[in-house]
Design a protein around this ligand. Structure first.
Ligand code: AKG
Length: 385
């Protein structure tokens, strides 16, 4: 154990001399503390992360740069230029090995316990694809399972996604500080032949051609923002041809509705891709990118857990505001401060919004000066305007 720590600390020193730009002394001093508590998990994930970046980065310079960061911190603290490029290019990105094989097995064991609570979309009114089209399958409905953050200890892995250190730089890069969970996350399951989902979404809606501000992808002055970001945690392998999630790469920047027949996969299907993923990967896609699902072709059940996140001031769903003015009460059990920050309702950062630090643990509050706050209280009689 000490050997691992010593090796990691040596690497920090090496990282300093190789790239000051990437690892500051402040970060380095924080790192020594972080290592003390996280060394085991991080060693395991380092391995996956190293494999991941090898497949993502093509130039030796990029690879060298990212390896320096990953050796020192285990996770990068900023969305890399390559990740930013790929997300902006395609409207989605695959982050490999976010969950370890052990975590995937544990998450699936929890889902197995709740298998009987899955609800199949059998009725016509619940169908997501038109009968007789390529997306419809053999008549079996997709199965949905809610409550993934409400199972006490069993929700631990599902809660970890809210502020996962591998995902945090991307959440910050795509949604900004103060990002928030927008929808109730849920498990999607497809048995063999089960229905997919006709193409939907789009910054310009693929079916109507109307602008969709609540889903929109934008990039201004180098700042990416996705009004609604889907985060699909892959719990079973999706090899080429298996079916499941599909996407029209680049469609987040499209300006027109789709030609007739394309949303059902009947026409132009060569532009609809099913990304190959392995259990433990995470697909982040803008809801401004046209996407859907293909019928499942395998004997084993398809499983993904789907979350949706938004920037601090964007909102689509309304479950954050149930009877008690919060998300369902059970979701708050055992959360870290950082995870709780992601459950905040929508409001601007400067109005005392908790922001998560780059270490995925520290939380600090963005605020205005006391005199201005007092002024509002005197004027409105309430804490916030
Ligand atoms: O099955 C999938 O991965 C996509 C599902 C989807 O797009 C949705 O439920 O809105």
């Amino acid at each position: 154990m000490n050997a691992i720590l010593a090796c990691q600390r040596t690497t920090i020193t090496k990282a300093f001399s190789q790239s000051r730009k990437l690892v500051t002394p402040l970060v380095a001093s924080r790192l020594s503390n972080v290592f003390a508590t996280k060394e085991h998990n991080q060693k395991q994930r380092n391995c996956s992360y190293q494999n991941n970046i090898r497949s993502l980065y093509s130039t030796p310079t990029d690879l060298e740069e990212v390896e320096v960061m990953s050796e020192a911190l285990s996770y990068p603290i900023k969305m890399s230029e390559a990740e930013r490029y790929l997300f902006d290019l395609n409207g989605y990105i695959i982050i490999r090995n976010v969950l370890t094989p052990e975590e995937v097995a544990a998450a699936n064991a929890v889902i197995d316990k709740h298998q009987a609570e899955m609800i199949e979309r059998k009725e016509d009114a619940l169908r997501n694809a038109v009968k007789g089209t390529k997306m419809y399958g053999n008549g079996t409905g997709r199965k949905d399972l809610g409550g993934v953050l409400e199972w006490g200890e069993d929700s631990k892995i599902f809660k970890s996604i809210l502020v996962h250190p591998r995902l945090l730089p991307l959440f910050h890069g795509i949604l900004g500080k103060g990002y928030r969970m927008d929808h109730l996350p849920f498990l999607i399951a497809q048995d063999k032949g089960a229905e997919g989902f006709a193409l939907h979404g789009g910054t310009v809606d693929c079916s109507t051609g109307m602008y969709n501000p609540e889903l929109a992808y934008t990039c201004h002055n180098g700042f990416i923002r996705s009004a609604l970001l889907a985060c699909s945690v892959v719990l079973t392998d999706h090899d080429p041809g298996f079916g499941g999630f599909c996407v029209v790469p680049g469609s987040h920047k499209s300006n027109f509705k789709m030609p007739e027949g394309m949303v059902d996969g009947e026409k132009y299907s060569e532009f609809i891709q099913q990304p190959a993923t392995k259990a433990g990967d995470v697909v982040l896609f803008s809801e401004g990118t046209v996407h859907g699902a293909l019928p499942w072709t395998q004997d084993t059940q398809r499983r993904v857990c789907l979350y949706r996140f938004s920037p601090a001031t964007n909102v689509y769903g309304r479950s954050y505001f149930t009877e008690n003015g919060k998300w369902p009460e059970k979701m708050y059990e055992g959360l870290t401060d950082a995870q709780r920050a992601v459950l905040e309702p929508p409001y601007a950062n400067r109005l005392d919004r908790p922001e998560i630090g780059d270490d995925a643990e520290a939380v600090s509050v963005s605020t205005r000066n006391e005199r201005k706050k007092q002024h509002d209280r005197e004027m409105f009689g309430t804490k916030y305007f």
